[in-house]
Design a protein around this ligand. Structure first.
Ligand SMILES: O=C(O)C1=C[C@@H](OP(=O)(O)O)[C@@H](O)[C@H](O)C1
Ligand SMILES: C=C(OP(=O)(O)O)C(=O)O
Length: 447
């Protein structure tokens, strides 16, 4: 919701070894897509393991506003009775996507080729984020958009009454933009082609195929060429949402930096377009066993067994950035506890997330006594080694869940407690974070 309530200051203190099982919630990206594709299908979609974070709840509400019937039956168990491709009704009220870039951008895409008008808004963080990256390609289908200067929310989209198919090369590595174009292409006649120079998370492609769309992906020297046949009949499916690797990152990184820790994190998605953090941590010397690899709900998953490790800084290959884009904040915390320097290049997309994540991490790490270097596209952290981060600061989270969780993780291993000014945004993606971390032995409290 666009209202951002009272701030919730939180504090994390140096903790004894973390132990136990961390059952992290369902994947946020897949949860949004399950609701949206369910709404665009004919018949009933049954979802288990849905993330009940605020971002996803806002998408559920939006799908109701466009005419779908979305019902919760129990924890994580939801059904969607869809209206079919091209069947969206015109919402009577403003669509409030709260804190969620994924929600607003994907929904703008899927209404842009229907003869309806919708107005979108979000919280103070989302209202600062660029929407031109979606309104540019949907204009090619024939949609019009009227927003604030700089392509900011609130924004009204007038859908194309007679959409034409589009061939579009995504100018930045963004699964949200790729997905918005594919979802718009669903209700255009003929073939919509999306070209991405760097592979980004592929849940939309996988799920569109699973719901019955004709979609092909070709790896070419120019990048991944995705071809979608327009106006398919999508039919309701059963979707088992795997656990979110981006949420798993927090207990995993906490266990790596708190001496003596050993935790088990079951059923985490290992989709190769999402698992860059785990590859990076192993290169830094992390003791992570990937047990029982299997397929669940069309995604590769594994159980992770993670033990405290003495880590060393590395240079993260820039071409890995898209597969770990949301994990750089917590990686920079791990880097502060490693020996040597960790270089993260090719990360300028971090500047347009819920906050400018390069700036937020740089300022917070400096306040905690860690030395950093940054430029527009780079963050470099000079690690102090395990147990040597002074801490003793309050870090600003800028309505950004991942910044809040990252500094709370650092507080578990720092010499002095670390506070965050506002932990409330954690509920957007990981509503059980506090309880889950405390269950492992982490000293995290509301301040
Ligand atoms: O498509 C998605 O579900 C997402 C794509 C990424 O954003 P961009 O597309 O802006 O890179 C990521 O940061 C976000 O958390 C979820
Ligand atoms: C960037 C993120 O989400 P969104 O873009 O959906 O707000 C995130 O969850 O880290």
């Amino acid at each position: 919701m666009s209202g951002h309530g009272d701030p919730v200051p939180m504090i994390a203190r140096k903790s004894a070894a973390l132990k136990g099982v961390a059952e992290v919630p369902g994947d946020k990206s897949i949860s949004h897509r399950a609701l949206i594709l369910g709404a665009l299908s004919v018949g009933k979609t049954e979802i288990t393991g849905l993330l009940e974070g605020q971002d996803v709840l806002d998408t559920a509400k939006a799908m109701r506003a466009f005419g779908a019937t979305v019902t919760q039956h129990g924890p994580g168990a939801w059904t969607v009775e869809g209206v079919g491709v091209g069947g969206f009704a015109e919402p009577e009220q403003v669509i409030d996507c709260g804190n969620s870039g994924t929600g607003v951008r994907l929904i703008m895409g899927c209404m842009a080729t229907s003869p309806i008008t919708a107005t979108f808004t979000g919280d103070a963080s989302l209202r600062k984020r660029p929407m031109g990256r979606v309104t540019d390609p949907i204009a090619l289908f024939g949609a019009h958009s009227y927003g604030r200067r700089g392509g900011r929310l609130p924004m009204t989209i007038v859908g194309a009454p007679d959409p034409v198919p589009v061939t579009y090369t995504v100018p930045m590595p963004s699964a949200q933009v790729k997905s918005a174009v594919l979802l718009a292409g669903l209700n255009a006649p003929g073939q919509t082609v999306v070209i991405e120079k760097e592979a980004t998370r592929d849940h939309t492609e996988r799920m569109l195929r699973g719901f019955g769309a004709e979609i092909s992906v070709e790896e070419t020297p120019e990048g991944r060429v995705i071809t979608l046949q327009g106006q398919p009949e999508l039919t309701g499916q059963t979707v088992a949402v795997p656990r979110d690797p981006s949420s798993a990152a927090f207990p995993v990184c906490a266990a790596l930096i708190v001496p003596g820790s050993e935790i088990f994190v079951p059923g985490v998605s290992q989709n190769p377009t999402r698992n860059g953090l785990f590859t990076t941590l192993v290169e830094m010397g992390a003791d992570i066993a990937f047990e029982n690899p299997r397929e669940e709900g069309g995604e590769p998953v594994a159980d992770l067994c993670v033990r405290y490790s003495a880590l060393k800084g590395i240079e993260v290959p820039p071409e890995r950035a898209a597969s770990m884009i949301d994990e750089y904040p917590v990686l920079s915390v791990v880097a502060a506890c490693a020996t040597g320097t960790t270089v993260m290049r090719g990360v300028k997309e971090l500047r347009v997330k819920e906050s400018d994540r390069i700036d937020a991490m740089a300022r917070g790490l400096e306040a905690c006594g860690v030395s950093i270097e940054e430029d527009q596209d780079t963050l470099i952290v000079h690690g102090l080694g395990a147990g040597n981060v002074p801490g003793g600061a309050t870090c600003a989270t800028h309505i950004d869940h991942r910044i809040a969780m990252s500094f709370l993780v650092l507080g578990l291993a720092a010499q002095q407690p670390i506070s965050v000014d506002d932990g409330s945004p954690i509920a957007t993606s990981f509503p059980v974070f506090e309880d889950l971390m405390r269950g492992l032995g982490a000293q995290i409290e509301r301040a």
